[in-house]
Design a protein. Structure first.
Length: 448
């Protein structure tokens, strides 16, 4: 396929010549992929495996991909160069990745795709692998959205009790008060469920994710609770940020207002929040209120955020807020993960609709307010460090942010995502390979 570019003109022959019959293909496409997959790539290389780094091309500009690849010191061995709308990207990944691994299969190689989380790449690439009877290793497997039982939360005259956020936090910390069934975030919940069906090794971040997969009928002996590899990346980024600070090179030179902390970092990019005017305006108005009240606010202006600001006629107002209020920083996405982590580690609270940021806040002990109706990292709310703030009312969101701001009890929530996670992930894969293949026939599963 001409659309695929390779690092070497003899890429297929070089991979095929390796003495190991298995080809471990680490797939990346987005910033979270790079952050969470590259540590596994390094671990596989360290152990001498036949490992390849593949990029689908979904995030291709410097801010979303290029700068971070340089920061992590890696260069993809191939790029599928996908472009277009969602359905086009899905079909291109299946077709192009399917072709590539088909060529390796012709050369008597057994391909093991490593897919991450709930991404489009995870869904499409695992599909392509399964077509060749190659099962995936699913990194961050089993994440499912739980929704708080809002109907059981007592409200006054049909309205939220704004001054009782502490009771809401206690309510969220009881596992019995959460329900399954959400299809949000879209399309991520679809992606992760599809990926699971083509998976041979499920690497679950926490016990709750293992619980989900067992209830759905996945084989218990192929589910490993290993933590989340973002823990490795976050701690490494914190160490690098400290070294950069000692050399006088850090994000706080560009944004000195953030150096003393005491700010809220906003991140709004979920499709369901950015296509709904009601949801987006509830979040926007809460943020605007904080800015006008003199609170320090950082907004990372992502592509979906820009789309919503333009669609709902808020772009000029936001630019005026940034110009007129020194307590408000409006910034495009930062290219280096170390800068992101350095700034977040100083924040008083993070208000986000991201999944990974809920994990990072837990790792760093920063209170989190999740701007969604539920969470696919509900374990962080059950642990007490995360609040669910449904995006339906600006005053409600504001009350949750005010409560979480530098909240000492939330800061003390237990750390959930482990240490040395990449090594544990590869240990699990090697354990399975010691007994057979990642893709296994039914008689193997039944031990007949």
């Amino acid at each position: 396929m001409q659309e695929i570019t390779y690092r070497s003109a003899k890429f297929l022959e070089e991979v095929a010549s390796h003495k190991d019959k298995h080809v471990h293909i680490i797939l990346i496409a987005t910033k979270p992929d790079i952050i969470k997959q590259v540590p596994l790539y390094h671990e596989l290389k360290k152990r001498g495996h036949n490992v390849v780094l593949g990029h689908t091309g979904q995030h291709y500009d410097e801010n979303l991909s290029g700068g971070m690849l340089k920061e992590f010191g890696v260069e993809p061995d191939f790029n599928l160069n996908v472009r277009g709308s969602m359905h086009e990207i899905v079909s291109q990944i299946i077709g192009r990745f399917g072709y590539l691994i088909g060529e390796l299969k012709k050369r008597d190689k057994v391909v093991i795709p490593y897919v991450h989380g709930d991404t489009t790449t995870a869904m499409a690439a695992s599909n392509a692998g399964f077509c060749h009877m190659f099962a995936s290793v699913h990194v961050e497997a089993g994440i499912r959205t739980l929704t708080p039982a809002f109907d059981e939360w007592k409200m006054e005259n049909g309205k939220w009790k704004m001054d009782h956020v502490d009771q809401w936090r206690t309510f969220l910390m009881d596992r019995k008060n959460w329900k399954r069934g959400s299809q949000e975030p879209y399309p991520e919940q679809f992606n992760t469920r599809c990926s699971e069906a083509a998976t041979g090794v499920h690497l679950a971040p926490v016990e709750l994710d293992r619980e989900f997969m067992l209830s759905e009928g996945f084989a218990e002996d192929r589910i490993f609770v290993v933590g989340n590899s973002v823990a490795d990346a976050t701690r490494d980024a914190l160490a690098k940020a400290k070294r950069k600070k000692e050399k006088g090179k850090n994000i706080f030179e560009r944004y000195p207002m953030l150096a003393d902390g005491d700010f809220v970092r906003f991140c709004i990019h979920r499709r369901e929040n950015c296509v709904s005017e009601r949801r987006f305006r509830a979040i926007y108005d809460a943020m605007k209120g904080l800015i006008l009240d003199g609170k320090k606010v950082l907004l990372i202006n992502m592509n979906q955020t820009k789309f919503a600001l333009e669609k709902f006629g808020l772009q000029k107002e936001l630019e005026a807020l940034a110009k007129d209020h020194k307590n408000f920083v409006l910034s495009d996405v930062w290219s280096e993960y170390g800068d992101v982590i350095a700034a977040m580690s100083k924040s008083a609270v993070c208000a986000t609709d991201s999944g990974s940021m809920q994990e990072e806040m837990n790792i760093m002990g920063i209170p989190c307010v999740t701007l969604r109706f539920g969470s696919d990292r509900s374990e962080s709310a059950i642990a007490g460090g995360n609040l669910i703030a449904p995006p339906i009312d600006a005053a409600l969101i504001r009350s949750m942010i005010d409560y979480a701001w530098d909240n000492k009890e939330m800061q003390k929530a237990p750390k959930l995502y482990g240490e040395n996670v990449s090594a544990k992930c590869i240990d699990a894969v090697e354990k399975v390979l010691a007994k057979g293949e990642i893709f296994r026939a039914e008689e193997e599963r039944l031990r007949l």
